[in-house]
Design a protein around this ligand. Structure first.
Ligand SMILES: Nc1ncnc2c1ncn2[C@@H]1O[C@H](COP(=O)(O)OP(=O)(O)O)[C@@H](O)[C@H]1O
Ligand SMILES: [Mg+2]
Length: 323
């Protein structure tokens, strides 16, 4: 049964055409239809009729074979690799079954490859950040510490005037050292593994308030799905960059940080009531968020009219049903 079903399309078409030719020939042999040397009008009429029947029969038979191909083509156009897991129905494909099976197998491979390359890219990015964090901490951090010690030593033996000036320089250096430590801390994704996504987001919000005094309203709706590590990382990094932008550029009085789910889409939203007018082409931050979103099949939207605040919306596809 299976063998018969999976007869290649070429042979199906050949068989159908062959059968139709045989029928036509039989009709000529078995009926009294004849063609004289000087063809008569009545004969032309009979021949035309016969030809029309043959063409129609051929069309009907071929249609049943080729129709599923058109359906297949239509469905192929709607397949979206960013929403993985969709497969074409093999059972309903009729003679196109081998083609559908081949297409499904190809989807399987493409999705696996996509997941693997996303994972590789994200981990490479994180490893790079980790390396930069380490170097900042070890190299710049150590040098600044040495400078601080040197300044203290110099101040000890200096006149009060010079000592006061050196104390100011020490203050600036101390601030720089703290800044380097903070940047280094931010570059590491450590909190995510330790605290989980929601707590990490919460801690980003608290950090912003502690640094700038801007209150952050959190809205994490229940029923959030378990995310892949990559999706969590992207969500965290996007929230981090968006909140950093609020602190740096927005002059905002209030911020909203929300994580919600509707259907098969998870939405992270960071909205401020600041100056707006953010420009994706101006810096690497917004572009980085967009790139990360794409890596995990998501989408990043930036709404930022001048004077009307800024909204960063990250949408990620989620496969699991709500918990
Ligand atoms: N929340 C915001 N409010 C106002 N302006 C913003 C905001 N976020 C970003 N911007 C503007 O958009 C530009 C691009 O942001 P980004 O790509 O993150 O680069 P960077 O933060 O490194 O400058 C910023 O330089 C800033 O002028
Ligand atoms: Mg930025």
């Amino acid at each position: 049964m299976r063998r018969e079903l999976s007869l290649p399309l070429f042979w199906r078409v050949c068989l159908i055409n062959g059968a139709v030719f045989v029928l036509g020939t039989l009709a000529l042999v078995l009926t009294p239809a004849t063609v004289s040397a000087r063809t008569l009008w009545s004969e032309v009429l009979v021949l035309s009729l016969g030809l029309a029947v043959i063409v129609a029969l051929n069309a009907v038979l071929l249609r049943s074979v080729l129709r599923p191909l058109d359906r297949l083509t239509a469905v192929m156009g709607t397949i979206d690799l960013r929403r993985p897991g969709r497969r074409l129905d093999e059972d309903g494909a009729g003679p196109a079954r081998p083609l559908v099976a081949g297409f499904n197998a190809m989807l399987e491979r493409l999705e696996a490859e996509r997941t693997a390359s996303t994972t590789r890219a994200l981990h490479a990015q994180e490893a790079e950040r980790q390396r930069i964090a380490q170097e900042l901490h070890d190299e710049v951090g150590q040098s600044l510490t040495a400078v601080l010690l040197g300044l203290k030593h110099a101040a000890d033996g200096a006149s009060p005037d010079v000592a006061a000036e050196l104390e100011q320089v020490r203050d600036t250096t101390r601030t720089s050292l703290e800044e380097v430590r903070r940047i280094s801390q931010r570059l590491r994704p450590g909190v995510l593994a330790d605290l989980g996504l929601l707590n990490s987001l919460s801690s980003l919000a608290s950090d912003l308030t502690a640094r700038t005094g801007i209150p952050v309203t959190r809205g994490f709706l229940p029923g959030l799905p378990a995310l892949s590590r990559e999706a969590e990382l992207v969500t965290y990094r996007v929230a981090q960059e968006a909140l950093t932008n609020v602190a740096r550029h927005a002059h905002a009085h209030a911020v909203e940080l929300g994580l919600t789910r509707r259907g098969d889409t998870l939405t992270l939203r960071v909205a401020d009531d600041g100056v707006g007018g953010a420009d994706a082409t101006a810096g690497a931050g917004i572009q980085g968020m967009q790139e990360r979103a794409r890596m995990v099949g998501g989408r990043l939207e930036l709404r930022s009219r001048r004077g009307a605040g800024t909204e960063v919306i990250l949408e990620l596809p989620v496969a699991e049903p709500p918990s």
